[in-house]
Ligand binder design. Structure first.
Ligand code: HEC
Length: 184
């Protein structure tokens, strides 16, 4: 029994020292261009998914996600802050996205109607070690629900022409804090 315990202890020490030597040697390539292997990637994906799933029910879904004023408010924020990374019908993301890893998904191919609660949590909190920012420090819950509403209820159904028309009609706010917010 004692021998087994000593063997386990030595193995652990060797693993910890080995990991420390590997990390401190700089052998790990931190570049955005050096992608994760399949195992690491599936661990990260599962961690993200399970973490969001566990936390998202903290925020009950409001019942006004389909209201036109809410959708317009969501559009205004999305158009200002999200298009550069996530694109929109007829609008390519900014070219810097080519250099991002992980790549932001094209949101208009992606906005499942029942994903509002999940997306609210992601927009509010961001995703660690990716370029997805947290908007809690700068936006109210009502504004964030409006973005989640727009992305899940409207964006995927818009044609490039309709998106352009909304830009013309609603996209002219030059001061974001003046955007009307009508959600509770
Ligand atoms: C600088 C780039 C960047 C900006 C700006 C950005 N995002 Fe993201 N976003 C990302 C990346 C990268 C991911 C994917 C993260 C991952 O793979 O875990 C992501 C993921 C998401 C997801 C999760 C999608 C899913 O299927 O799980 C949502 C929802 C989202 N973003 C919404 C928004 C909204 C709304 C805005 C604007 C308020 C925004 N993002 C601004 C980079 C960005």
């Amino acid at each position: 029994m004692k021998k087994v315990l000593i063997t386990i202890a030595i193995t652990l020490v060797v693993l910890v020292v080995g990991a420390f030597i590997y990390i401190s040697s700089g052998a790990y390539d931190i570049s955005q261009l050096s992608h994760h292997n399949k195992l690491t990637l599936s661990i990260i994906k599962m961690t993200t998914h399970r973490s969001v799933d566990r936390r998202m029910s903290e925020n009950p879904v409001p019942d006004n996600l389909k209201d036109s004023t809410v959708l317009v408010t969501g559009f205004q924020h999305y158009n200002q802050m999200c298009v550069s990374c996530h694109g929109a019908p007829g609008i390519q993301p900014n070219e810097m996205v080519e250099g991002l890893y992980p790549k932001p998904p094209l949101m208009y191919k992606h906005g499942e109607e029942d994903a509002a609660q999940e997306f609210f949590w992601v927009i509010k909190n961001g995703i660690k070690m990716t370029s997805m920012p947290a908007f809690k420090p700068t936006h109210t819950d009502a504004q964030i629900w409006a973005m989640a509403a727009f992305v899940t209820q409207k964006l995927a159904k818009m044609s490039p022409d309709e998106y352009k028309a909304w830009m013309k009609k609603y996209g002219e706010t030059d001061n974001e804090s003046e955007t009307p917010v009508t959600m509770p």
